[in-house]
Ligand binder design. Structure first.
Ligand SMILES: NC(=O)c1ccc[n+]([C@@H]2O[C@H](COP(=O)([O-])OP(=O)(O)OC[C@H]3O[C@@H](n4cnc5c(N)ncnc54)[C@H](OP(=O)(O)O)[C@@H]3O)[C@@H](O)[C@H]2O)c1
Length: 263
């Protein structure tokens, strides 16, 4: 198993991507400490994993609160002795911002995703890295999206937020890789089976002038295989990137867009 006995903390594990990554990590033998903004969805994921024979504990952690992240990591170290993998899969709700043209957007609304996404990633990465340095080993991971690299309309500060996270992945790696810690991101295309993709589409539907089905076809049409990827495909790559098999990968974001976006 690729992650046998690795101690992994996943933030936003009650969400679509965090939950899929948690299940995939568990099936490869990882010992999971799952966290979420609300406890109930994370608890459900942890119970599923335990019922399937895996190891998972759930906790409520707001990743925008430094003390909450710190206290949780302290409890992980107390229970498991170390942290090998930190994965920030947090998605900041932005339904009131999506659909508003940039020229009409208030600066506070524009800044919100940039501040929140970077704060979450910075705090979870920094606090995990402080533990990982002691073992000269660890992997810090997150997830971004296509607007990090290409202009997409009516998404406010979401694209700049994703671009900032990818820049932070490179900066963290430049400082931490000499101490044995790898830092890698994943950049999936839209994954239709996640409820969040539809939530991101609905506020823009009218302005984009297409239905949900037509929009998925448009996104799929830009990929080389003419289809969007699945949560399972994304999670399989997450497992590989978290494993020692990917020891040659750091300071980069894996392009999972299947040709939609050139490197
Ligand atoms: N879905 C896609 O197709 C897709 C594609 C590419 C990239 N992405 C990116 O991947 C990330 C996750 O997406 P997703 O589809 O998994 O979204 P999701 O299903 O909405 O999950 C997001 C999770 O983040 C949690 N969260 C929000 N604020 C938090 C906070 N302050 N502290 C801790 N947890 C918090 C939410 O918890 P609560 O529900 O309890 O608030 C939720 O469980 C996002 O950055 C998204 O942009 C998604």
């Amino acid at each position: 198993m690729l992650l046998q006995d690795k101690v992994a903390v996943i933030y936003g594990a009650g969400g679509a991507i965090g939950g899929a990554v948690a299940r995939a990590f568990a099936s490869e033998g990882a010992k999971l400490f799952l966290t979420g903004h609300r406890l109930a969805p994370v608890d459900a994921v942890a119970k599923d994993i335990v019922a399937a024979g895996g190891s998972a504990e759930a906790a409520q952690v707001d990743t925008l609160e430094e003390q909450a992240v710190e206290a949780h990591l302290r409890s992980v170290i107390d229970k498991a002795g170390r942290v090998d993998i930190s994965f920030d899969a947090v998605g900041i709700p932005d339904t009131t911002i999506l659909g508003v043209p940039l020229v009409e957007l208030e600066v506070e609304q524009f800044s919100l995703p940039i501040t929140a996404y970077t704060r979450s990633y910075f705090l979870t990465a920094r606090l995990a890295a402080r533990r990982m340095v002691a073992n000269r080993s660890g992997v810090i991971m997150t997830v971004t999206a296509i607007p990090s690299r290409t202009g997409t309309p009516l998404q406010g500060g979401y694209g700049p937020a994703q671009a900032a996270k990818e820049a932070l992945t490179r900066a963290l790696s430049a400082e931490l890789a000499p101490q044995g810690i790898r830092v890698v991101g994943l950049r999936p295309n839209g994954i239709p089976e996640t409820g969040s993709l539809r939530e991101a589409f609905e506020p823009r539907a009218k302005a984009l002038g297409v239905t949900w089905e037509q929009w998925q076809e448009q996104l799929a049409g830009r990929t080389h295989p003419r289809r969007l990827s699945t949560l399972a495909e994304m999670a399989n790559v997450a497992v590989f990137m978290a494993s020692d098999q990917a020891s040659g990968m750091t300071g980069t974001t894996v392009n999972l867009t299947m040709g939609s976006l050139d490197d």
